[in-house]
Design a protein around this ligand. Sequence first.
Ligand SMILES: NC(=O)c1ccc[n+]([C@@H]2O[C@H](COP(=O)([O-])OP(=O)(O)OC[C@H]3O[C@@H](n4cnc5c(N)ncnc54)[C@H](OP(=O)(O)O)[C@@H]3O)[C@@H](O)[C@H]2O)c1
Length: 243
Amino acid sequence: MKSVLITGASSGIGLKLAEDYAKSGWKVVGCGRSMATLDALAERFENLSTLQFDTSDKKACEEALVSIDSNLDLIILNAGTCEYIEGGLVDADLFQRVFTTNVFGVVNCLEVLQKTYTNGTHIALMGSTASYLGLPRAEAYGASKAAISYLARSLSVDLSHLGVTVSLISPGFVRTPLTDKNDFPMPMMVTPEEASDTIRKGLEKQKEEIHFPRRFSFILKFIAALPVWLQLVLVKRLVRNAS
Ligand SMILES: NC(=O)c1ccc[n+]([C@@H]2O[C@H](COP(=O)([O-])OP(=O)(O)OC[C@H]3O[C@@H](n4cnc5c(N)ncnc54)[C@H](OP(=O)(O)O)[C@@H]3O)[C@@H](O)[C@H]2O)c1
């Protein structure tokens, strides 16, 4: 039986991934903070156990994940948050909150879990297409996901000699409690079901980057490949037209 650990399994994309892997017969360790949701999830699947901890708390991560002594086939570090800044005004506390969860939460988990790596371990880090371009209000969120993108590529180079594979997941908009809070247009949004299908197929193929929906991510990738001045002209125009 294959095994997967998923952080952020109590909501949105992570919850759907946990359900789908459990339905497919994987042994799932679903992690999150919300005990009620985790308990309800564990009740539905015999092959799913849960761990409750805050990924941004290094000690809590160590205490929770120390029990993972068996080799995991797949580690999906998905837990994350999103906060936007207003009018270009930098709020250092907001940056700290976003980076503490989105970057240090991932690093805290990696530090504990790296002892379980064996030849064949597959790590997937949750990035975002928001990291491709400088997008409005996304100074903190986009930068935190750009850090994850860099971390994934760097780790992929450093861990390949151990037979450890690293994938970066870069979704566009997915309908979850995280995006339910947004008050701006979210083009080409997909459901958590579609996100989970695409992510699981991409992970099965051990893709370096799983980005979707393809039309959305390719448009952003195309703009990101242009000279910076042209990127800025296009993004400013897109934002003006959308508002
Ligand atoms: N939705 C999108 O459009 C989209 C697009 C690109 C990337 N992403 C990324 O995908 C990931 C999942 O997002 P989502 O949309 O599924 O959001 P979500 O529904 O809000 O779920 C976030 C999950 O992360 C967990 N989490 C957050 N902070 C945590 C912490 N400090 N410690 C432990 N767990 C924590 C939450 O646990 P509790 O609820 O138990 O606190 C929850 O299970 C995030 O990294 C997000 O940045 C989302």
